[in-house]
Design a protein around this ligand. Sequence first.
Ligand SMILES: Cc1ncc(COP(=O)(O)O)c(C=O)c1O
Length: 418
Amino acid sequence: MAGSTDVMLRDLKLDTVESLPDDFDPTTVINDILPPVAIDAKLVNGIEKPREIVLGRNVHTSSLEVTEPDADDEVTGEREAYMASVLARYRKSLLERTKHHLGYPYHLDFDYGALSQLQHFSINNLGDPFIESNYGVHSRQFEVGVLDWFARLWELEKNEYWGYITNCGTEGNLHGILVGREVFPDGILYASSESHYSIFKAARMYRMDCEKVNTLISGEIDCEDFKAKLSLHKDKPAIINVNIGTTVKGAVDDLDLVIKTLEESGFSHDRFYIHCDGALFGLMMPFVKLVSPSSFLLNEKYLQTRDATGSLPSTLFLAESHKFVGCPMPCGVQITRLEHINALSRNVEYLASRDATIMGSRNGHAPLFLWYTLNRKGYQGIQKEVQKCLRNAHYLKGHLTEAEIGAMLNELSSTVVF
Ligand SMILES: Cc1ncc(COP(=O)(O)O)c(C=O)c1O
């Protein structure tokens, strides 16, 4: 096993890591009643009117028109001055909005000044990150370095995984479900009703039969209902989306229970495929075991699901990097079993590479940002941030409760619902 995370992190002089307060118990499940959903309304003449979203009626009032330069613009410099003032105002609004940002779990505190020197290059990683294509201005060496970092975190050998840096979390889900569909062309997709909308988008795009499974109050998949839904399609393989953090409640599906339910329903390991949507906590979860040794050990569960020969289950991970890592542009990390990717890949002659990704051109700057920040922080730095997020979430939940505002915080989640 290349670099067990446990060993790696033990070697990192953890005594220097800020420790959690004694009364911090990350294993507590807080079952408070959910507060009512906020009504999205605006005041019109003093009367509250629900905000309307009208399809097909596009709003152009706040757009910044692109205008043609005047003949003497270069001489007068007026155009440059106008554009500079627009950008300055925009920057100010970004500063303001970033300061008061709430609701999306994005890491907004980063400084990538050192990378500004690379802005002048059109860096594109189109094709397979592991195969050099004939487009020379790429950052594959950084991309593979980042993928190896994630693989090490999830205790994967270099020769048993394939992956790439996606343009967003949705692309990771579209890819994961597509791989599942290629492995089991007649498979039924199962996903909890609290899964991200991109999972159901994948079902529509690939014209797959999809069963929506009920959830528990926590937002976790309800395995009783899962069993009932499985019993309707015993003759077809199962493709399951498992959430490592749902979008709204930050619920983590119980991977062990999902696998047990499949087994009890008569699905042998060669008849199911699991895609894990770790957009929210895929990066956080491996570090949580250091916070509490008895806590949910996703990566241990993952390892337990290896079969007797030690080969990996049909499992796939994804972490969305603009969320926890902090990156100025959306991106994500997609990792799958190496053997599955051949089902999807096609050779592309003009690239001299292999097409195994969803998109064609891929942002070559994103891997540079990820490589830079992971190098700066390392496993230890990320671990500190995980601890800080969990501590902040408990702090917020505690104060909301004190103020008699209904709030919910799932086990090992950093999402406070109120
Ligand atoms: C659980 C989950 N999966 C996937 C996504 C999709 O991410 P993106 O908006 O980057 O496509 C999100 C986004 O919030 C999410 O919360």
